[in-house]
Design a protein around this ligand. Structure first.
Ligand code: PBG
Length: 328
């Protein structure tokens, strides 16, 4: 292609008004899912040192934060429990207790009548004595027994009032098993947002601090989470999870995997989310605190990148800050 001399791309960059007119992608508070860490106590909060600005909150404060999400027009929150180490077992029984932290928080938000969707995490790691997402027998993460446990966990979350279940465990067959149990028990409108393409990533470090799983984890998660070198496999996983009954799919982490987001959206056209994970958040905040980057500008740039890559929304710890900014 030869460009005529009269073609000037700078014409449409001359003023803020013209730039706004030709902007292709838009980030809005309705694109956000806000992940929160729940802990025991009352009116209690503890900072997560590796995630500046993020705190674990007791259930009463989680209810307040959910109200804040509603006021900020953030449509969904996602709950992760900081579980008492004394409740972690080999069999992970606390995972399906109706009285576990996550389920109590879900009920409290429902009872408060807050207009926000509640997403919960379906994986055994917060309840597992060895920090893995599945049950461990003789050093092996056993798939089918883990799926049975995950189904019980998912049902308890649906009964507590969760609107969206987020299986993040990467066991095979869990979406189909959870979906058929939900149908059988009458939870026909409980949505599943599958962590379909979840990579074995070093970017999860600060999260594992936040939920108190770092010390517990023995070994790594490479026998169930994806190899960062693979892309075709991500598409096969998404196809499988949609086929088994997922309503929405997720790519995780986010920024290093924008190619996967784009490919998933193009191939399936399903509601597609990215998780801007704890390490991505920590890097932006840490460099900002050093004065090495402008963290607010990088926050906005990283988030519009997900929209440009085809995502319908993003799970991000920046949710309240960016929503406040976008709302003016
Ligand atoms: C565990 C889970 C992880 C995250 C969400 N759910 C960590 C892991 O797989 O070890 C990571 C989120 C983040 O880093 O922000 N099932």
């Amino acid at each position: 292609m030869t460009l005529a001399l009269s073609t000037r791309f700078r014409r449409l960059k001359t003023t803020p008004a013209i730039r706004a007119l030709v902007q292709e992608c838009v980030l809005s508070p309705s694109d956000l899912i806000w992940p929160m860490f729940v802990m025991e106590g009352e009116n209690a909060r503890t900072p997560v040192p590796s995630m500046p600005g993020v705190e674990r909150l007791s259930i009463d404060l989680i209810v307040k934060a959910a109200r804040e999400a509603e006021a900020l027009r953030i449509p969904a929150i996602c709950l992760f429990p900081y579980t008492d180490p004394a409740l972690k077992t080999q069999g992970c029984e606390e995972a399906w207790s109706p009285e576990n932290l996550s389920n109590r928080a879900t009920r409290a938000i429902c009872e408060a009548g807050i207009n926000v969707a509640i997403m919960t995490d379906v994986a055994l790691d917060p309840y597992n004595i060895n920090g893995h997402d599945g049950i461990v027998r003789d050093g092996v993460i056993v798939n089918d027994e883990s799926v049975e446990a995950l189904v019980k966990m998912a049902l308890a979350q649906a009964e507590a009032g969760a609107d969206i279940l987020g299986p993040s465990d990467m066991m095979d067959g869990r979406i189909g098993a959870i979906r058929s149990e939900l149908e059988a028990q009458g939870f026909k409108d409980t949505a599943i947002l599958s962590y379909a393409a979840k990579y074995a990533s070093a970017y999860y470090g600060p999260f594992r601090d936040a939920v108190g799983a770092s010390g517990a984890l023995t070994g790594d998660k490479k026998t169930y989470q994806m190899n960062p070198a693979n892309a075709d496999e991500a598409l096969r996983l998404v196809a499988r999870d949609l086929d088994e009954g997922a309503d929405m799919v997720m790519v995780k982490p986010g920024q290093p995997y924008l190619d996967i987001c784009r490919a998933v959206k193009d191939q399936f056209g399903a509601p597609t989310f990215a998780y801007q994970v704890s390490g991505e958040y920590a890097m932006i905040m840490a460099a900002g605190q050093q004065g090495w980057i402008d963290d607010e500008a990088c926050m906005l740039e990283s988030l519009i990148g997900f929209k440009r890559a085809g995502c319908d929304g993003v799970l991000t710890y920046f949710a309240p800050r960016v929503a406040a900014l976008l709302n003016g």
